[in-house]
Design a protein around this ligand. Structure first.
Ligand SMILES: [Zn+2]
Length: 253
């Protein structure tokens, strides 16, 4: 669905609906055509929320158009006591830097893993404190609390300023947008979703093997499958002559 301009499309549909509403008052058109248009409008709003790169409610960085053979690999939902140390070891073997969008309450339980990420010069990002399944329905103040609690915690452990945020499930909405206006976090999406949490190895590989300059790849450091596939992926990047950088470097290119 990317790169539809959801914002402009939704405005056009809304204006059309209003025009039809006026027309229907004067009996020019049947009343039900307005229902159809409002339905289309709702669908656009829904897609705009659930497509992280729609830029519907806020600007999300999903890939770099200017990168010269650079890509970024990102890991969400950790740190995981079991799998994250293995991921860190593989990255270290390949002398590669990644970006980790960590969940606050998990970071609180294993600060040693966060410290190791910083020691190895990986970049840390905020992925909310609780990663609740109902995060999309949170009020602005509740979203803000999730962001700030995680930032304070990560900055205390890492002694680094946290500048990047990835919304859980890639969902954006007006409340999340309002909360983000109150702090300076930049929102990061992805251009390749590995689907490592739900798909089998073969499918994941066919998705990530398409990697090209400027891409941001979404992995999860909570999954054994990701540990199994990472080495092969890093070798593929080497063959494709793609340099792996952290999100801040990719944004600044
Ligand atoms: Zn997540």
């Amino acid at each position: 669905l990317y790169p539809i301009n959801y914002k402009n499309t939704s405005k056009i549909v809304l204006i059309l609906a209003l025009l039809l509403l006026v027309s229907s008052v004067f009996n020019y058109i049947p009343w039900w055509s307005i229902i159809i248009l409002f339905f289309i409008y709702s669908v656009i709003l829904f897609l705009g929320s659930y497509n992280v790169c729609s830029n519907f409610y806020l600007n999300v960085f999903c890939k770099s158009g200017k990168s010269k053979n650079q890509i970024a690999i990102t890991f969400d939902d950790g740190p995981d006591e079991n799998n994250t140390p293995k991921i860190l070891r593989i990255l270290n073997d390949f002398d590669t830097r990644a970006t980790f969008f960590v969940i606050g309450h998990k970071a609180e339980k294993c600060p040693h893993i966060i410290k190791e990420m910083i020691e190895k010069e990986h970049l840390l990002g905020n992925h909310t404190y609780n990663h609740s399944v109902v995060f999309d329905f949170y009020t602005t103040s509740k979203v803000l609390y999730e962001l700030e609690r995680t930032n304070i915690l990560l900055e205390k452990i890492s002694k680094k300023k946290i500048e990047y945020f990835r919304p859980p499930f890639g969902v954006t909405n007006p409340n999340i947008a309002k909360a983000l206006k109150k702090n300076s976090l930049k929102v990061i999406g992805w251009s390749i979703r590995s689907l490592d949490t739900i798909k089998k190895k073969k499918t994941v590989w066919s998705r990530i093997a398409k990697v090209k300059s400027g891409d941001i790849i979404l992995f999860h450091d909570t999954k054994t499958l990701t540990v199994e596939i990472l080495g092969d992926f890093l070798r593929l990047c080497k063959r494709k002559k793609l340099e792996i950088v952290t999100i801040d470097e990719l944004i600044n290119t």
